[in-house]
Design a protein around this ligand. Sequence first.
Ligand code: ADP
Ligand code: ZN
Length: 596
Amino acid sequence: MQIKKILKDKFGYKKFRANQEDIIKNIISGKDVFAAMPTGGGKSLCYQIPSIVFEGLSIVVSPLVSLMKDQVDEAAENGIKAAYINSTLTAEEAKNVYADLYRGDIKLLYLSPERLSIDGYFERLKELSVAFFAVDEAHCLSEWGHDFRPDYLNLSKIKKYFPDIPVAAFTATATLKVQKDIIRILKMDDPFIVRASFDRPELFYRVEQKDIVLDQILAFIKDRPGDSGIVYRTSRKDVEKTADYLTKHGIKALPYHAGLSNSVREKNQEKFNRDKINVICATIAFGMGINKLNVRYVVHGDLPKSIEGYYQETGRAGRDGLESQCLLLYGGSDVARVQYHIGNMTDEKEKAKAEENLWRMLGFAKANVCRRKMLLEYFNEDSGNNCGFCDVCTDLVEREDATIDSQKIMSAIIRSGEKFGILHIVDIVCGADTEKIRKFNHEKLKTWGAGKDKSKKWWKSVIEELIMQDALIKDSESYNALKLTQKGSNILYGREKFYVIKKKEKKKTVEELSRQLGIAKYDKDMFQMLKDYRFELAVERNVPPYIIFSDKSLKDMCIIKPVDNSSFLRVTGVGERKLEEYGPLFIPRIKEYLGY
Ligand code: ADP
Ligand code: ZN
């Protein structure tokens, strides 16, 4: 069968996303494949379609045991015969699955890695006619990844037992080190390698200075009633505090962190997954394994420890491809907190790494360039032009050329011998008459009083900004004396410019922005009606709502307004199976709403 036809008939999609077609074709032709694609890039389809095409059984190894049931339900919704085997099955249930497998009734099997470490398991699999292995979350193989799992090393036996079938590895981790590990450990044979762009054009990145953080979070959420979102906080205490605060103000929110029992965590995640609450407040313990497609925003109430982490966490928004918001709140206290944590590290190598991560993260938060550009550059991707869809690009912030003021500061630093800290340097520039100034004869410096016209607060902020942007360092070995870096001297001698970011007084709201960008032209009441109905059905069938239809499909219904089968089929995400199952349920509702 033609794969384009499968895409349309089974999944209801008209076009492949970037790289999907190449990946699928290579797998079908029997080649090994390594694919790094961002979250939401559409990896599942890349193994599901081959599983339909291949005679025999396709096996997907995945560590996300709690997701398998939903994944199997989802595949079944699209008419694929799927099953899973992991520790959550009873012996009886497992027996039934094996019976189905031996009968050849199953095309796609989700398998947890710990099964593969059972002695003789590979021999058992060999009795089945296995056609293809997919390894999901493949970065779990690598100690360089952020989620190494020793069980995964057993996957190196796949090629020993099944030398002739294709193996495909999928991950959302982009580094080359991890890629090398995966290819080596799986013993892939000259694999077809895909490194998709890590750009997530549907995500709007915004960074704001922390003020009263709980109120900032509350205001942001109140602006988006009914939407699903994640609020990340660093400490468990803050997670609890945030969830309480939101609940007190009428938001349906629950906490999630490693201090809660497994069952509470699972329950809370499930409620979030099924749209029974809107907000989950979480530490980074809430992560892999969120399969929810309609997360509309991710808020970071504290500065994350690294850009990699920040990218993974924000990446959980907008997996349905619809516009979503990422808000990062940070303040000076964040830096102090992380530095304290780093100070307590004993391993020098780890310490240096943590420090570098922190500075890069801060660089991102303080950046005066397009946020997306910075992120993509972090992943070694050349992003070209400004994105037009982040706070920097959309004028929520204003750049101010502060080259001259920064030169005044740096010249005072150089002329006083790079021996003094922030306060004294500010005193020099402001022309203060203090004992210390007189003691060192600093009133004789050319730059003494050169900045009288501006406040001390301004000069302090310029210095802080110069530190953030790596133009100055505070030398902790000589009483935090300020010293110039190479970048600093570039600015001082006019080879480079220096900008600070200022917030504009009047901000454009997100709604204004979407209007300006021509998004969100659909009937919101109809969308709500469909969402409510989907929720009802989901509860009735005991499945997460997104398994029935994604938000994107519902929105498409609000645009297409389908009142018969052929127009219903045009809705994205509607294939033959979904038409049959849900056409008779949704079409009458839509007609009723439209007054037919
Ligand atoms: P991930 O790469 O994170 O595993 P998924 O496979 O869950 O991503 O895909 C994310 C969403 O995108 C799902 O709703 C999926 O059905 C949808 N999707 C995948 N491929 C396409 C496509 N070609 N056209 C439209 N939607 C797609
Ligand atoms: Zn931008």
